[in-house]
Write a protein that binds this ligand. Structure first.
Ligand SMILES: [Zn+2]
Ligand SMILES: [Zn+2]
Length: 146
């Protein structure tokens, strides 16, 4: 399907200064339990949607986006006005995580939990619980009990 026909979903930060749009289908969706996500998001889990970078477009307020790089693996982006989190680009994976909460219209359908070995909040939803991340993302591919 040409990009022009792909379904688009709008999103943005908490104050609305930064607006963005994702188009088409994400590569993966799920929940991350790692300490790094939990601390930065101040949340028990981080709901992620991973996209090819060209499927994600900032449509307004790009000049208000600030970056935070705890490690080289994640280029996290947030709004300077409200502090609201937007997305994180993962250069090694070549994918951009647009936090599910940032794109409320998008039908979030989680398929997996990752970094469950670091979980503080158990979620018994029957989805696979990866110890770290899937093999194709450089992890062990091992799963853990819920
Ligand atoms: Zn904002
Ligand atoms: Zn994480």
């Amino acid at each position: 399907m040409p990009a022009s026909e792909a379904r688009k979903y709008k999103g943005g930060c908490s104050c609305g200064t930064v607006e963005l749009e994702v188009s088409g289908e994400p590569v993966a969706m799920g929940y991350c339990h790692c300490e790094s996500c939990r601390k930065w998001s101040a949340s028990p889990v981080n709901a992620f949607t991973l996209w090819k970078p060209d499927a994600v477009k900032v449509t307004r307020g790009a000049e208000h986006i600030a970056n935070y790089n705890k490690t080289a693996a994640s280029d996290r982006k947030w709004c300077r006005k409200c502090g609201g989190h937007l997305m994180a680009h993962h250069p090694a994976m070549g994918l951009t995580d647009v936090y599910a909460a940032t794109i409320p219209e998008f039908p979030f359908q989680p398929a997996v939990h990752v970094n469950y070995q670091e979980a503080r909040t158990r979620i018994r939803d029957g989805l696979p619980k990866m110890k770290d991340v899937p093999k194709e993302m450089g992890g062990s591919g091992m799963t853990l009990p819920e």
